[in-house]
Design a protein around this ligand. Structure first.
Ligand code: F6P
Length: 373
């Protein structure tokens, strides 16, 4: 009897998703004789049973395309906004899985998707996942696809900012994505020759960042490039966030709870705008003009790098093989040049952040690159 598999992409889009869909689909079809369908717009499409047949013609010509041909969403199976309410739609998804006679469902996504996939696995579905995100913060895999492309885009930006920073004798603060992990800022900062790198894992002291710029000027360099993660925090900001989190947790009455929630929201808002504030304060402390560049979603768009195409293709084809072998309830992790099926329980709810003694951090420090600590 024919075997059928479904694929969906969830969470933020990322370069390499189409290469992965193609990798799974072609291998499943050609090598293992499976039928493949895709669900539109992540878990929402599974709930609504909106499908697309993934055959030779739909899988052809997509290797180099950015985004995802399936569409994506950040919807969660058990917390789905439906008609103005948030509902648990798990049962309907289970029903649609069976209505399509699926033997396995492959979910391509980052940390949130790993959790949602585990949720569906616990509901009885045969689920496998692939690690996708430009943030590179999925646990238990060497790397995620999307990261290499975003790293290339961020590095090229820093390269370009060098000449203008140098010509105008300015501080250029460049903010890169990465959520609460510093991989993108660290990688692009190293590759692009940033002078200071600020990441969420290392809380920075503004005075020290300014000092690094001043020391460079005294040594004859009249410009500085600061690569900063969107999730980076000064010590002051981190203390403020921690304070209001604790107060909210320990609130003794409704008034205290509301006050702490409001203050926490304000602190988060301030953090979200921290790059502009950082640049302004550096200007005051160093008396050098500063400019801000925020890369934003440009890091997620466009053609995947060759590295991401290769990674997504090999994870995708390995996934088809695991399905053929009857393996499920796992994420297909990248391990060196190979792959490894890792139980979803070991992945879901965990995040891979930058270890403080990571070789990239040590290497940067030995070159005199500052982390503001
Ligand atoms: O997880 C990928 C990512 O691009 C993060 O780096 C960023 O914080 C977030 O998604 C942005 O999400 P959205 O596209 O929903 O604005």
């Amino acid at each position: 009897m024919d075997r059928n598999i479904g694929i969906l992409t969830a969470g933020g889009d990322s370069p390499g998703l189409n290469a992965a869909i193609r990798g799974i689909g072609k291998a499943a079809h050609r090598t293992y004789g499976m039928n493949v369908i895709g669900f539109r717009d992540g878990f929402r499409g599974l709930m609504q049973n909106r499908t697309i047949r993934l055959d030779g013609s739909t899988l052809s010509g997509i290797l180099t395309a950015g985004g995802t041909i399936l569409g994506t969403s950040r919807d969660k199976p058990h917390k789905m906004p439906v008609g103005g309410r948030t509902m648990d739609m798990t049962d309907l998804m289970v029903e649609n899985y069976h209505a399509n006679h699926l033997d396995a469902l492959v979910c391509l996504g980052g940390g949130g998707t790993q959790k949602n996939a585990l949720h569906l696995a616990k509901a009885g579905l045969r689920v496998l996942t692939l690690p996708k995100t430009i943030d590179n913060d999925v646990a238990m895999t060497d790397v995620t696809f999307g990261y290499d492309t975003a790293l290339t885009i961020a590095t090229e930006t820093i390269d370009r900012l060098h000449s203008t920073a140098h010509s105008h004798h300015r501080i250029v603060v460049v903010e890169v994505m990465g959520h609460n992990a510093g991989w993108l800022a660290l990688g692009s900062g190293l590759a692009g020759g940033a002078d200071v790198i600020l990441i969420p894992e290392i809380r920075y002291d503004l005075e020290r960042v300014a000092q690094a710029v001043i020391e460079r000027r005294q040594a004859g360099s009249t410009f500085s490039i600061i690569a900063v993660s969107e999730g980076a925090l000064s010590r002051e900001q981190a203390d403020n966030l921690d304070k209001w989190k604790t107060r909210r947790k320990n609130a003794g009455n409704e008034y205290e709870l509301r006050k702490a929630t409001l203050k926490l929201e304000q602190a988060r808002q301030e953090q979200a705008e921290h790059t502009h504030r950082l640049a302004r304060k550096l200007e005051d402390l160093t008396r050098l003009e500063s400019r801000v560049t925020i890369l934003g979603h440009v890091q997620r768009g466009g053609v995947p790098s060759p590295g991401d195409r290769v990674l997504a293709t090999r994870l995708g084809s390995a996934c088809a093989r695991y399905i053929d072998e009857g393996i499920h309830g796992v994420m297909v992790a990248a391990r060196g040049e190979g792959t490894e099926p890792v139980p979803l329980e070991e992945v879901a709810g965990r995040r891979k952040t930058v270890p403080l003694d990571h070789p990239w951090v040590r290497s940067a420090r030995s070159l005199g690159i500052g982390f503001g600590d």
